[in-house]
Design a binder for this molecule. Structure first.
Ligand code: GTP
Ligand code: MG
Length: 339
């Protein structure tokens, strides 16, 4: 039922390429904005330490993984010095008392503790910048996956651009908000990375599969192995073999997920190059299955309804037609401020 695409000319590839490059330069934050985030973090840490003496705050998510937007939220993880972990009961009581304390911060508004979520958080709104943020406790795996994503982003400029394009596409098609039943930015980023690993020749390696010696090193966090190769100065064997443009890759990605990848059969899995099946994982009841790189019990697509799954697949199918049909002019402008 997919419509046939006309042949893609060199000229159209260059149009696609421009659109992708433009998307990146329009939405990537500059150094100043990166500095503002660090500044807010330091101010918050100083404030929080008045009540929790050993508190340490750290940014993660898109403020740190290389795929942040100007208006992306501030994802902050708090730990207490000298304390390795926290149990659920303590976590909720600290979140509640943290919320009470933040309500007294003059620069913040809309303080809201959310203690029923899988990861309890305090949400806030930073008045001067208009940024939203949340603070979670001991979200250690998220710090590690942030570092993993940042490492992939650092390997090749095309990784970064494509992840931005994917996020803009998801927001524009209204398929990129996990709190409203679709997939998170994080899930779409994993889809892009998986595609780039599976491309032939690959654009990026599988960092979790690179190691010296016979056995994969084990670095356990919350019971999961968070090892990955992060010595990015060492070149991997197929480095630089793929010379496709970002535009070609973007259309390639839309075609991959609509024409080649069999969601019924396979898992989007960035931790190994060999295809993992939904059967292996006992995740056959879901159509879109995206495995977290470290928490192997976590399927990022678990919360999708059937209706939402269809809606997302339709967005990819339409995207394939729109970006796969040559036009001479740039597609109509997208809104320059993302929500
Ligand atoms: P934007 O905020 O949309 O720019 O992207 P983001 O990568 O910061 O996404 P988000 O704020 O939704 O999530 C913050 C971080 O939480 C992610 O980057 C991951 O490091 C981590 N994370 C781990 N598991 C999950 C998950 O199941 N859902 C989401 N949303 N985030 C997760
Ligand atoms: Mg975020």
């Amino acid at each position: 039922e997919l419509e046939a695409l006309p042949p893609i000319t060199q000229e159209f590839h260059s149009v696609l390429n421009k659109v992708c490059e433009q998307c990146y330069s329009d939405f990537a934050p500059d150094e100043l904005e990166v500095g503002v985030r660090e500044h807010i973090l330091q101010d918050l840490e100083a404030f929080v330490r008045r009540q929790f003496a050993g508190a340490r705050l750290q940014l993660f998510g898109s403020s740190k993984n290389g795929f942040g937007f100007r208006q992306s939220d501030l994802d902050i993880c708090m730990v207490l010095e000298g304390q390795e972990t926290i149990d659920d009961v303590d976590c909720i009581s600290i979140i509640e008392s943290l919320a009470r304390s933040l309500k007294k911060h003059p620069g913040l508004k809309n303080i809201l503790p959310i203690t029923t979520a899988k990861v309890p958080i305090v949400k806030f709104y930073h008045v001067r910048t208009g940024l939203e943020g949340d603070i979670s406790l001991y979200n250690t795996l998220a710090l590690h996956n942030t570092h993993l994503l940042a490492s992939y982003a650092a390997i090749d400029r095309r990784v970064k651009i494509l992840c931005y394009v994917m996020k803009v596409f998801a927001k524009m098609c209204d398929i990129g908000d996990a709190s409203r039943g679709s997939l998170s930015s994080y899930a779409y980023t994993l889809m892009v990375l998986f595609f780039l690993q599976q491309r032939n020749p690959p654009i990026i390696p599988v960092l979790q599969e690179i190691y010296d010696g016979k056995k994969k090193p084990e670095v356990l966090v919350d019971g999961w192995n968070v090892y990955f190769f992060d010595d990015l100065k060492t070149r991997w064997p197929q480095y630089g073999k793929n010379s496709e443009s970002v535009g070609e890759l973007w259309l390639g990605l839309l075609r991959f997920y609509t024409e080649d990848f069999d969601f019924r059969e396979h898992v989007v899995c960035v931790r190994q190059h060999a295809r993992l099946t939904t059967f292996n994982k006992q995740w056959t009841s879901k159509y879109i299955v995206i495995e977290d790189p470290f928490d192997l019990n976590h399927n990022l697509g678990a919360g999708l309804s059937r209706k939402m799954t269809n809606f997302i697949m339709k967005a990819f199918i339409n995207g394939r037609t729109v970006f796969g049909t040559p036009v001479k002019v740039f597609p109509p402008a997208y809104p320059s401020q993302m929500e």
